[in-house]
Design a protein around this ligand. Sequence first.
Ligand SMILES: [Zn+2]
Length: 385
Amino acid sequence: MEPSFLCPVCGNSDPKYIGSKNGVLYCRRCISFVGQSAPPFLPSPKKVELSLAYSLSAEQKKLSDQILNNFVHGIDTLVYAVCGSGKTEISYGVIAYAMERGMSVGFALPRRDVVVELHARLASAFPKNKIVAVYGGHSQVLTGDCLVLTTHQLFRYPDYFDLLVMDELDAFPFKGSEVLNAMFYRALRGHCLMMSATPSKEVVSLFKTSGHQMLTLHTRFHKHPIPVPYIKLAHNPAKTVFLIRKLRYFCKKDKPCFVFVPTISECESVFHILSLFLAGGAFVHSKCANRTRVISNFKKGRLRYLATTAVLERGITVKNLQVIVFDADSPIYDAASLIQIAGRAGRKADAPEGEVVFIAEKEEAPMVDAIKEIRYCNTFLQGVL
Ligand SMILES: [Zn+2]
């Protein structure tokens, strides 16, 4: 009989994923997570000064207080908040509380790009504290007052965090990954705060059980409605002509625009066509080595439009951004990803409006569901205005 084996890293006991080398059993499910573990955490209270460029809205403040209260009472919190509601900022209160008391604090995110961006935001919000980013290729320093890390790096922190914040838990590659999920809970010794604009049914029902609470934030911090996407149905060549016209219109009005396309190859080919008609664009996808520079140039206003895959679906805020989803009827999109994409528009208080267009050959259910959900969230505005 096979000896039983329980992986100490990811909790796997499925014989399918257990290998044997020279008579020693090992786990194949988490074998790619290798590297140095963090040194033991030494608790020491920190001086914390929170520096925010603006103050929280009454709604954000209320949520921030509830999160802190939950944490103090040992309750895990899920914040279900619309894109652009300022949910990152509502986590600052509990982060400050935990750092001041010398607890170990982490902020985990599925994707590296978002870790880099969030690290900069946290470093400016907590100027007196050591905020450290940890992600693949950037793991020389593993300790700090608050660690901002990809979920992949959590394997370095067994039984470590008193407070572990997690944003975008519904994003790839965390979503649906048993290994990453197991590593999250392995790293957590205290309590967590999870945040998502589009949580799965499983997560929502988990946070309805005892020891958990779900809080909702349906309105954007600037109290303007989320731009509702509209659908343009067309076949080629009319579909492409519409895209070029729409983009030309945005460029003329000096409005930056993202053109989302389903695949890497389409990203390059659509950009190639667009570039014949409109200067000042670029493309980004996960295989682009220079994508950090391209995104930074776009944010600085040096580019007018970007053709992009889902890499820019989350975590990016650009003033006055317009959004086109080309081939929105592609099976790669579900309602959650279309909501995230639409959520890129109108995020800034001084530019709260934006257009979101789904260009498609036929109307698919995710497109309709995304529009319904955004309309539903916007109805909550009537309660706060
Ligand atoms: Zn394992």
